[in-house]
Design a protein around this ligand. Structure first.
Ligand code: FES
Ligand SMILES: [Fe+2]
Length: 337
């Protein structure tokens, strides 16, 4: 695929997928606002789970993130109108004996909590399930989140930098990148239902511990993409700790995302959480500076304005897959060259 004829509008192409809008630990007794694909929403805890609706009250536009979850639903702070998780108004305190107007309802969205994240799908029917990360289901692994990454970067560009193999030795010099290893060996990209998978070996530099010089740590990196904007990246080093990172980029708009980024690890690794947060934030800051500077800001749908080479294979296949979604087509098979 080299040209794009008529892509669907950005929101229309991605509204039927699940996107994270909050970490579970952020959503406490107060509702939280979110912005997803240009839509303002609010998410809150119900008695039995989580619910998401439009952000502004159907009565007179008050901001429901200042409302109060109650047994009956989300109560607006302006006049107490109360909405169930399906968006229907169930209470108008100023007229308790009058019928509730049929138009007194909020747009409501599918909402689910899994893997320590609260996910929302804006369409009535999700087109694909949540990512499959079974290792997180039985509680045998510990997890550690980073603060939300609030970057001025499109979700597609964010995924592409996470999937970019050739930048490791350049951008991550000084963290784990190995400047001696600039050539990218050939690797395969496998198409899977709803995603992509690739595995590479990378001679990372292990963190310098106790004043010792960093050592080359032959690391197996396994990338598992769940389309459109989520990736699981497993690190299997020989010297440092095996761990897995999860990056779920939530498209605020076509040119901006927030990324929910966390790691899983064996709970017996002491101090992993502190070490991970410190080193990963330094690594991601290196990425942020590059990604925020890329133009065009919107994720390109073809390759017309850039020159890609074989070493860029994984980001190329990812872009093809996202372009197919924009065009409403089945994913192209990756090249087999
Ligand atoms: S604006 Fe929300 S109840 Fe009046
Ligand atoms: Fe990077």
């Amino acid at each position: 695929m080299s040209t794009v004829s008529s892509p669907r509008p950005y929101r229309e192409a991605f509204e039927s997928f699940w996107h994270p809008v909050a970490f579970s630990h952020e959503l406490k007794e107060r509702p939280l606002p979110f912005q997803l694909l240009g839509t303002d929403g609010v998410v809150w805890r119900t008695g039995s789970g989580v619910a998401a609706t439009q952000r502004y009250c159907a009565h007179r536009g008050a901001d429901l993130c200042h409302g109060q979850p109650s047994a009956e639903g989300l109560r607006c702070g302006f006049h107490g109108w109360t909405y169930g998780g399906d968006g229907r108004c169930v209470k108008v305190p100023s007229q308790p004996n009058a019928p509730i107007p049929g138009k007194a309802r909020l747009a409501s969205y599918a909402c689910a909590e899994r893997y320590g994240l609260v996910w929302v799908c804006l369409a009535s029917q999700p087109a694909a399930p949540l990512p499959e990360w079974p290792e997180l289901e039985d509680g045998s692994l510990a997890t550690v989140p980073l603060p939300r990454l609030d970057w001025d970067v499109s979700a597609g560009r964010m995924l592409e930098i996470v999937l970019d193999v050739a930048h490791l030795s350049w951008v991550h010099d000084g963290t784990f990148g190995n400047p001696e290893q600039q050539e990218v060996p050939a690797y395969d990209v496998e198409r899977r239902p709803g995603g992509l998978r690739a595995q590479i070996q990378y001679p990372a530099l292990s963190p310098s511990i106790g004043g010792m010089a960093p050592r080359v740590d032959r690391t197996t990196l396994t990338y598992d993409v769940t389309l459109p904007f989520t990736v699981r990246l497993a690190f299997k080093p020989t010297l440092f700790y095996t761990h897995t990172v999860y990056a779920a980029a939530s498209p605020v708009s076509e040119e901006k995302m927030q990324c929910f980024y966390f790691a899983s690890y064996h709970p017996r690794i002491r101090n992993f959480g502190d070490m991970f947060v410190k080193s990963e934030l330094a690594i991601l800051e290196q990425d942020r500076r590059i990604a925020e500077g890329q133009r065009p800001k919107a994720h390109p749908l073809d390759f017309a304005g850039e020159v890609h080479v074989r070493a860029d294979r994984l980001p190329i296949e990812y872009r093809r897959a996202v372009a197919a979604l924009r065009l409403g087509q089945p994913m192209d098979a990756p090249d087999t060259e």
